[in-house]
Ligand binder design. Sequence first.
Ligand code: NCD
Length: 318
Amino acid sequence: MRSFMGRDILSLKDFERNEFFHVLSVAEYMEPIARKRRNVDMLAEKTMVTAFYQPSTRTRLAHEAAMHRLGGHVTGFSDAKMTRAGDWYQESIKDTVKMLEFYGDVIVMRHFQQGAPHEAAKWASIPIINGGDGWGEHPTQILTDLYTVYREKGRLDGLRWLAVGDMRMRTMHSLAYALTQFDCPVTFVSPPNMSLTDEMKAELKQYSLDYQEVEHVEQAIADADVILVEPVVQPDYTKARDERKEGGVGMTPSNYQITRDLLFNKAKSDAILLHSLPRMDEIPPDVDITKWSRYWQEAFNGVVMRMALLGLVLGAME
Ligand code: NCD
């Protein structure tokens, strides 16, 4: 297996099956540290730089929390508008990264342009972690989801997935790539104008992903062991910031909604429901208190997974 030390985490397309299992086992090792809420000194000599060109609650703060749990240091920006990259100068990724690489030992980047973290990785001498790039990918989120499934179900192979939402989403791309490495058939449900691109479909076929597409969640929910939901009512991920217009948000059509009724009447009794959040009305709040919901566990696991990734790329874990 390739070493994780010094490695960029840009895409799950690069990930091999045994690497997924390795990351999961490192996360299991990290979990008790997060659970006890006791910070250790594993990364005491390391600093993480956050470079967030797009809003974030979970991805940035979970990485920061992970760094704190491991005794490391944190610097960076959460609003590029207050840097030269987001003002009149529009400083390039190259010039920005050529600075940031001396401010710390790993850079976590979220950007509205697909491929921006890859561009950063071309110039940086330190690892780059992709915290979401435009419609591109969101590898650390899907690793968090896989870890959640692994902890809740005790396995990954042999589980059937239902993925509901906008298939242009970066999470969906990372999910599709990840599932190619497991015995996990998946059904995608999305509005027609938000379905997988032909290019993506061709790629998934090449990787022998066992997938199908249906129009309504009702057609697929009964067989699903894992239900992963994303919004279909959402901002434009290719913009630095997309303001919601007054009254400009429609309700999520029932085709893409997971309601309490649907779960009670159709879902497997031991299925689990994931959402990386934020949500609109695709999962109504009354679903939170059902046996299916696992998104709060996912939130905790988000810190654990980032601890694993930071420990690995910074060379504190083999
Ligand atoms: C996603 C993002 O911003 O890419 N959320 C997240 O990182 N927790 C958005 C989403 O998955 O809906």
